[in-house]
Write a protein of this length. Structure first.
Ligand SMILES: Cc1cc2nc3c(=O)[nH]c(=O)nc-3n(C[C@H](O)[C@H](O)[C@H](O)COP(=O)(O)OP(=O)(O)OC[C@H]3O[C@@H](n4cnc5c(N)ncnc54)[C@H](O)[C@@H]3O)c2cc1C
Length: 404
């Protein structure tokens, strides 16, 4: 039996290895780019946050909120890490639950998978962009512009649209739609959010720990604590990724309120700042030693205090106002950046049309899908790759073991 797999990313490579465990199964893995796992090698800022040990507990989003559960139960993070260990990857789990290769190189993950794929019953075709698929007389015909592959089972693992420069494409959605499957609206997720505040450029590159709350028309949408990064256009970093989901969708006035010192009360901060009146510092150093220097200066400016004013000359209410900005800094949000900048696609092929226990299509027997192409996306922190491994493993096992 031949299993064809379209897409040599995280899910497709896992599916290929799972199907190839059945000795009577031959696998053909088709990848449109020149090498396998291109997006994977750029994940986690080149470090690849390949899993999160809390992924079995939730952290996934879909119009069918429980669709991911069976795949995650069958191939949870612990089993995934054992599997990687058997393949030769040495990993490290951070206290937060995030898992990385010990080498700190995403390429280690790609290499280990590539080595494993080098076996007799797997054929890898790179530079093979599938442009057409059809099923006739119980078999699939999969065509690129130049070649055609015939197979008995077909797994679509083309990924989503996010990260377009790394290979994100509409292709998988189109191929599955040609079989009658439907696709939800697609949105960028785990992405920077732009602000309309003019002063943002002064903070470009600054990282700060904070409690961030996103509100729409004054109503709390999501809240999180951790690192925020200021960019030329707006806000980025794990905290923003976590709370950016659905931000600025559906109209309304969106804001991000940041507390840059969540572990220090307003009164304690004020007391610290008032004590600085005893020295000879000027206002530009009001927050020096407490916050990032540039952030401190921006807060001073927002409080309408001139940089060179000696702190001892500042009035109580001026210091109170500056402290207030440090505990309650509000930025208007306009829109998330596009699919280019997004780490994952929210939405995808409608999961109700697939069997969660096999990943097989309910419309076309022998057709499977896995990974980001489906309407499942995870939180920041290794959840999306874990979904790719778990769903890829389930699709590969189901396609490989079933009799024709
Ligand atoms: C910059 C960035 C950083 C990220 N960091 C993390 C992270 O640290 N942790 C985490 O969990 N998630 C991370 N993600 C998300 C994660 O990479 C994806 O969710 C995951 O790779 C999806 O796996 P997939 O196999 O479904 O798709 P992909 O990995 O995108 O693989 C799909 C493959 O299919 C190929 N393909 C598409 N169409 C065709 C076609 N017609 N014919 C042949 N081949 C085709 C593509 O070229 C691609 O190689 C990150 C994403 C980005 C963009």
């Amino acid at each position: 039996m031949i299993v064809g797999i379209i897409g040599g990313g995280a899910a497709g490579m896992t599916a290929a290895l799972a199907a190839a465990e059945y000795s009577d199964c031959s696998v053909v893995l088709m990848e449109r780019q020149a090498r396998l796992g291109r997006k994977l090698s750029a994940t986690g800022n080149g470090r690849c946050n390949l899993s999160n040990i809390h992924a079995s507990e939730g952290g996934y989003h879909s119009d069918q909120p429980d669709f991911h559960e069976y795949a995650l139960k069958q191939f949870p993070p612990a089993r995934t890490l054992d599997w990687f260990s058997d393949l030769g990857l040495y990993t490290v789990t951070e206290p937060s639950g995030k898992v990385y290769p010990y080498s700190d190189q995403a390429n280690s993950v790609v290499d280990i998978l590539r080595f494993a794929l080098d076996r007799d019953n797997i054929e890898v075709l790179t530079d093979f962009e599938v442009v057409k698929v059809k099923k006739a007389d119980g078999r699939f015909t999969v065509s690129s512009q130049r070649e055609t592959v015939q197979c008995d089972k077909l797994i679509v693992a083309c990924g989503g649209l996010a990260g377009t420069k790394l290979g994100g494409t509409m292709s998988g959605y189109k191929l599955l739609r040609s079989f009658g499957h439907k696709c939800t609206k697609l949105r960028p997720a785990l992405v920077q959010v732009k602000t309309g505040w003019r002063g943002i450029a002064a903070l470009k590159g600054v990282r700060a720990n904070c409690r961030a709350a996103i509100t729409c028309d004054g109503v709390l949408h999501r809240e999180s604590v951790g690192e925020i990064q200021f960019t030329e256009l707006g806000l980025s970093g794990p905290v923003i990724y976590e709370i950016s989901r659905d931000t600025c969708h559906g109209g309304g006035s969106w804001e991000c309120t940041m507390d840059f010192l969540p572990d220090l009360s307003y009164d304690d901060l004020l007391a610290k700042l008032l004590r600085r009146r005893a020295g000879a510092l000027t206002a530009e150093d009001l927050f020096t030693g407490i916050l990032h220097n540039r952030l401190g200066r921006v807060l001073v400016k927002e409080a309408d205090i001139r940089n060179m004013t000696p702190i001892r000359e500042l009035r109580d209410e001026q210091i109170r106002e500056a402290a207030g900005y440090a505990k309650h800094f509000i930025l208007p949000l306009t829109e998330p950046l596009g699919m280019d900048a997004a780490q994952v696609t929210a939405g995808g092929i409608v999961t109700h049309e697939f069997e969660p226990t096999t990943m097989e299509s309910k419309l076309v027997p022998g057709l499977y899908a896995c990974g980001e192409v489906l309407d499942v996306d995870g939180d920041c922190g290794g959840y999306n790759l874990q979904w790719a491994w778990s769903s890829g493993r389930l699709a590969g096992t189901s396609a490989g073991k079933e009799t024709i």
